[in-house]
Design a protein around this ligand. Structure first.
Ligand code: SF4
Length: 254
């Protein structure tokens, strides 16, 4: 893990609650030598990549190519890598782990049980992300509190124990969908094509459907798992706090 830099604008994690997203990103780039934006190429990550490139061109971006992404996600990746000065790393699952999983459980294991679904997310997403984040001091995610009940307590800044205690930053935690949409329109940024087909959250093709009016934004993810938490393991439970906004101990990240 890299060591935090001294900054001429000291801010604690607590002080970042309520701060503009641009200022949070600026703080992160000043505070840590190595910062990665982890992008799913949903609307929030497009906002973050654009914002970050205005502050620091050639920002590190990690995206997880699970092998099951919709074609529309690959199309958008191509568009944005031409449009923005990104240092994009497309991370794939470990081929041996993938082969072993498919040999034992089949390629569509996620429909058979929640445990097998989580195993698939682990092999295709969580383990590749953990490997990709090695050596980073902080990572940036597009999580928003409004997206689902399980994200309602998303801290703006937290220590991410699941990834070796590096810092996890959610600059858009307090944003709503409308604000994301406004940012994209104001900056004339491309949007994922599946939003036009009623999707409100987009992941792997076989595990995502469009949502209906009144449903949670993430209701279309693993929709067959009734009552399950709609997460894939990238965002460990200890990083969210249902009781409201929370941040890591200021002394740890100030
Ligand atoms: S979202 Fe579905 S296909 Fe993608 S990694 Fe998770 S279970 Fe596997």
């Amino acid at each position: 893990m890299d060591t935090p830099r001294r900054t001429h604008r000291p801010l604690s994690g607590a002080a970042l609650e309520g701060v503009a997203a641009e200022s949070i990103l600026t703080w992160a780039f000043e505070r840590f030598e190595r910062v990665a934006i982890v992008a799913s190429f949903q609307a929030e990550s497009v906002v973050l990549m654009d914002m970050a490139c205005r502050i620091r061109p050639h920002v590190d971006v990690i995206t997880l190519d699970t092998g099951r992404l919709p074609q529309e996600t690959h199309d958008l990746i191509d568009v944005l890598r031409r449009r923005l000065p990104l240092r994009l790393r497309v991370v794939s699952p470990d081929p041996d782990e993938l082969e072993a999983m498919v040999a034992e459980h089949g390629v569509n294991l996620f429909h058979r049980s929640p445990e097998l679904r989580r195993h698939c997310c682990d092999v295709r997403k969580a383990r590749p992300l953990a490997r990709a984040l090695e050596g980073y001091g902080a990572w940036v995610t597009g999580l928003r509190r409004e997206q689902s009940e399980s994200r309602a307590g998303t801290p703006v800044v937290a220590l991410d124990r699941a990834h070796g205690g590096i810092v996890k930053i959610a600059p858009l935690a307090t944003w709503n969908r409308e604000r994301v949409r406004e940012y994209l329109e104001t900056h004339d940024l491309p949007q994922h094509a599946l939003y036009r087909r009623g999707y409100t959250s987009i992941g792997c093709a076989p595990c995502t459907r469009a949502t209906r009016p009144g449903e949670d934004e993430r209701a279309g993810r693993w929709w067959w798992e009734i009552g399950a938490v709609k997460e894939c393991g990238l965002h460990a439970a200890e990083n969210t706090h249902a009781g409201g906004p929370a941040v890591a101990a200021p002394g740890a990240i100030a």
